[in-house]
Design a protein around this ligand. Structure first.
Ligand code: CTP
Length: 418
């Protein structure tokens, strides 16, 4: 496929190098057209080297090839990233002052804008009108991600992750003209890993959670267009790029972070393995073994049930039940279950779903060799709405994609429960 990749003059231009890589590695022939201003952020040499094609932003280079007509005409897809406020305005009003805007006027295939700018600019009536105009004419304009912007400020305006733009571009080419990612504009908080409950400065009570499933969920949510906040307890895997990470150690720290995050989350996924108990006393100094004293006894106390508290907090906001995106906040729990002579895994899980009050419960069937630390998983997703249990199995990445897709469906198609 021939792709024209227009690069606007914003600091996020550097991220577009990764997007270009995704396109070329997928076998596409990409011509990069950077605006004049954008070359102050990333030089043309970078685009030439990564695309393997000549790069120009002037209508007067290689005039014999009539590039200002040819490039747009031949393109199967045009992607603009970052689409600055200036570039959106120029595109909306049909300006043709440089090679990129000429190309946009000539393009007859799908056109995708991936905006990036400060929140105020994105929310300004002028930009809103330009975006509306472009969408009315059939262009796809992604919602920017929410998060840290260039300065100390944060809000909607971040360039969506390269993988997100890539996925949106591919969907657009496949004819999904009204394409918006299922979690675009949503904020998703995910807890992952296992908490560690200290006994003394060197010892703790921990668990076998590796954090793999939580991290896979964070990546899947990010790729579905969400702004992702990862509440990261102890994990054996690195945190992914493009998500905001809040490191936590203990259940109490996780509780604090989760309750704070609830205020602006559309979705909360509690995939962390939270210790149900913590040592009643934490010694300031290392507990020593002494021949003259009895072996120490560790007394444990209950940790708060964070998932249950999140549900109570959400429900206390009823009857409005409005999350930041104007919908019911969706809360997803995980359950590691084993069956026994009194009941099977699903029966116990159904009871837990009712007890915890969350909207979805992702159920793992655990045994000593299953789930923890493994790369594959097999789950059943139970819904409080009573719809049929849904099974998902495969790599943790595949299972995460199924869970995130179900969450997208619940948010976009299932009406809020009072
Ligand atoms: N969880 C929580 N706070 C806790 C314990 C667990 O928020 N103190 C969350 C987990 O993140 C998970 C869900 O609750 O989403 C289920 O955890 P699980 O340990 O399976 O259930 P428990 O409530 O501990 O029930 P039980 O031990 O009786 O099976």
């Amino acid at each position: 496929m021939r792709i024209v990749l227009g690069v606007g003059g914003g600091i996020a231009a550097y991220k577009v190098a990764s997007l270009l890589r995704l396109f070329t590695e997928a076998g596409h022939n990409v011509t990069v057209i950077p605006t004049e201003v954008s070359t102050r952020f990333v030089g043309t040499a970078t685009w030439e080297a990564l695309s393997g094609n000549p790069v120009s932003n002037s209508v007067f280079d290689d005039v014999h090839q009539v590039n200002h007509v040819r490039l747009g005409h031949e393109a199967d897809l045009v992607v603009i990233a970052p689409a600055t406020a200036d570039l959106l305005a120029k595109a909306a009003t049909g300006q043709a002052g440089d090679l990129l805007t000429n190309t946009l006027l000539m393009a007859r295939g799908p056109v995708l804008f991936a905006p990036a700018m400060h929140t105020e600019m994105w929310q300004h009536a002028a930009t809103r009108a330009n975006v509306e105009m472009l969408r009315t004419r059939g262009a796809a304009v992604l919602e920017p991600a929410t998060g840290r912007l260039t300065g100390a400020d944060s809000g909607p305006g971040r360039l969506p992750e390269p993988q997100v733009i890539f996925d949106a571009a591919m969907a657009l080419v496949q004819g999904q003209t009204d394409y918006q990612l299922p979690l675009a504009g949503r904020t998703v908080t995910i807890s992952a890993g296992g908490t560690r409950e200290p006994l003394d400065p060197v010892r703790f009570l921990g668990n076998r959670s590796s954090g793999k499933q939580g991290v896979a969920l964070a990546v899947a949510a990010r790729n579905a267009g969400a702004t992702v906040r990862l509440l990261a307890a102890h994990m054996e895997v690195p945190v992914p790029a493009g998500v905001d990470v809040v490191p936590v150690e203990t259940a109490l720290q996780l509780r604090e972070a989760a309750l704070a995050a609830a205020a602006d989350s559309d979705v909360i996924i509690m995939s962390a393995a939270v210790a149900d108990f913590r040592p009643a006393e934490v010694s300031d100094t290392k507990i020593k073994k002494r021949d003259d004293s009895a072996d120490p006894v560790i007394t444990l106390v209950r940790n708060p049930d964070i998932l249950h508290e999140l549900v109570e907090l959400r429900n206390s906001a009823l009857p409005n039940a409005a999350g930041p995106a104007g919908d019911h906040q969706l809360i997803v729990g995980f359950a590691a279950e084993t069956g026994d002579s009194h009941g099977d895994v699903l029966a116990y899980a159904q009871a837990k779903l009712q007890r915890k009050g969350c909207d979805l419960l992702v159920v793992n069937h655990v045994g000593s060799d299953k789930v923890f630390g493994q790369d594959t998983n097999s789950v059943v997703i139970l819904a409080r709405s009573g719809s049929e249990p849904q099974e998902a199995a495969g790599t943790k990445t595949e299972v995460a994609a199924a869970i995130i897709s179900r969450i997208g469906f619940e948010l976009n198609h299932v009406s809020p429960r009072a």
